[in-house]
Design a protein around this ligand. Structure first.
Ligand code: ZN
Length: 115
């Protein structure tokens, strides 16, 4: 007798079998993938919120430098971004998809849209 790793029922079969049926095997692997994807979805949520927040700030302030504290008050999470964009003149932009910002020395940021 073996115990199914998915439904915990005992079943007869080769001793190296882990699951009582194909559907239990599929369920086990689907559940494990869902757990992995959950983490990705959580991070995507933060990135999306950052993107919405930057758009909101860009609508209000355009490319005028604003304090990072203001951005964070609007819900911006400075730990998450999609990539770094290096401009042709050597400036570094922290990007959230198509929107990004340049850091100023005084904890201010300047938002730009990359076409
Ligand atoms: Zn089973």
């Amino acid at each position: 007798m073996s115990t199914c790793q998915s439904c915990n029922k005992e079943f007869n079969g080769r001793s190296n079998r882990k699951f009582c049926s194909i559907s239990c095997k599929n369920k086990f692997h689907n559940d494990r993938n869902k757990e992995k994807e959950y983490k990705v979805l959580e991070i995507n949520k933060i990135l999306h919120k950052n993107w919405v927040t930057l758009h909101k700030l860009y609508d209000i302030y355009r490319s005028s430098p604003i304090s990072m504290d203001v951005a964070q008050a609007y819900g911006y999470n400075n730990d998450y971004f999609t990539h770094i964009h290096n401009s042709p003149i050597g400036e570094k932009y922290t990007m959230i998809y198509d929107l990004g910002f340049k850091n100023h020395i005084d904890n201010k940021i300047q938002i730009i849209v990359i076409d």
